[in-house]
Write a protein that binds this ligand. Structure first.
Ligand code: GN1
Ligand code: MG
Length: 382
């Protein structure tokens, strides 16, 4: 498709959400691995956007191969944002917003194009930006604070008010079963890297169900979670540097807060970022880990149980391992889930997560000591 044709499609997809407005510009936005995301600049705002300042919105084409029930995804998103969360200042004097779902004049939150693709529009958090990696300890504390606020604000929402839009998401044993199936079905190019991945996974199979086992034994409980709190889903105010939003609410659903903690820490404490090609430099930074946890616990201490703390170390290790396993399986399967820029992209991503897992394992004693130290209440000044 030519560029002009693509733009024509994009303008057509934006139009239902902005009936009275004039779209000035549409450009690709962010670095998501699943949906196609665009930033739309409008001449006149959508009625649901603020009259002053809001001149943008986010337009997304949903990946319905991953999210098979787009209506349920939108339902969850609306439950979370409309439950008074959107502009509810969780801490006096602090800015806090969540992206709002923009509706068409008919009140619809999705628009289906003539080819059957689902599109949606979300408000854009102005005056804030995202980062792919953590810059410093203050940034880390802010990220932790924002995840803590998110969990705290959702902590009284019964998890069954949210649909299970991605059955099995973050349940590691299921990803292992999928890996076995794919391995049995697909041939792949033997290489030292692929061999390393296979033996890496083999050595961790028995332990990988640790969170699911604890859940089955009643030690850990389902709560509303974000599902994808990696660093570039936290928006930081461009002036103050403080966290103002946690975006990408597709994966909000019932789950373990451990999935979120593990995901935030495996992402935040990897200063090379998950796309690095410098494998030797990949490590888990325990100072960043401590700072994220400090920020998180300033909000989460009131709802975490003793068992929750017990499984925090495993959560960090298992979610890094699981993401590596997911990337690796997708590589073996021919890149059908994560968008890949080249054939070995998901193999390279998997190796980064495996290296990170090794680094976490080699620092187990230190990480457990950090968690133990932070369990005692400490004052944390914002
Ligand atoms: C995917 O699309 P994106 O970048 O928001 C994935 C996450 C992974 C992440 C790794 C629904 O998120 O689970 O952690 O890639 N989302 C889904 O970058 O599978
Ligand atoms: Mg996501």
């Amino acid at each position: 498709m030519t560029e002009a044709k693509i733009l024509e499609h994009l303008f057509a997809a934006a139009a239902p959400f902005i009936p009275q407005g004039r779209v000035i510009d549409i450009r690709e936005y962010g670095s998501g691995n699943v949906h196609d995301t665009f930033l739309v600049t409008v001449g006149r705002a959508h009625p649901a956007l603020d009259s002053i300042g809001d001149q943008h919105f986010i337009l997304q084409r949903l990946n319905t191969r991953v999210f098979r029930r787009p209506e349920a995804v939108m339902g969850n998103m609306r439950t979370v944002t409309e439950q008074g969360l959107a502009r509810n200042p969780p801490d006096p004097g602090r800015r806090w917003e969540l992206p709002r779902v923009l509706l068409t004049p008919e009140g619809r939150d999705l628009w289906v194009d003539p080819d059957g693709f689902f599109w949606r529009a979300l408000s854009f958090i102005e005056g804030a930006r995202t980062f792919d990696t953590i810059r410093d300890l203050d940034h880390a504390r802010e990220v932790g604070w924002a995840l803590g606020i998110f969990h705290r604000l959702l902590s009284d929402l019964p998890p069954d008010r949210l649909a299970d839009t991605l059955p099995g998401f973050h349940e590691t044993p299921g990803y292992l079963r999928r890996y076995d199936e794919v391995q049995a079905k697909h041939s792949y190019n033997r290489s030292p890297e692929a061999d390393y991945g296979i033996s890496f996974i083999r050595a961790r199979r028995a332990w990988a169900s640790v969170l699911e086992d604890a859940k089955a034994q009643g030690k850990l409980h389902l709560r509303p979670i974000h599902g994808d709190p990696k660093i570039n889903n936290f928006m930081m105010d461009t002036l103050t540097g403080q966290a103002v939003s946690l975006i990408d609410l597709d994966t909000v659903k019932p789950g373990l807060v451990h999935y979120d903690m593990g995901d935030c820490l495996r992402s935040g404490a990897n200063l090379q970022g998950e796309e690095t090609v410098d494998l030797e430099a990949v490590r888990f930074d325990s100072d960043i880990c401590r700072a994220i946890l400090q920020g998180y616990l300033s909000q989460a201490r009131e709802f975490l149980t003793e068992n929750d703390y017990e499984y925090l170390y495993d959560a960090i290790r298992v979610i890094a391992f699981e993401l590596g396993l997911r990337f690796f399986t997708d590589y073996l399967e021919g890149n059908v889930y994560f968008k890949a820029r080249h054939e070995e992209h998901n193999l390279a991503r998997a190796l980064v997560q495996f290296k990170l897992t090794e680094s976490i394992e080699s620092q187990e004693t230190g990480i457990r000591a950090i968690i133990r130290g932070l369990r005692r209440p400490v004052s944390f000044q914002q």
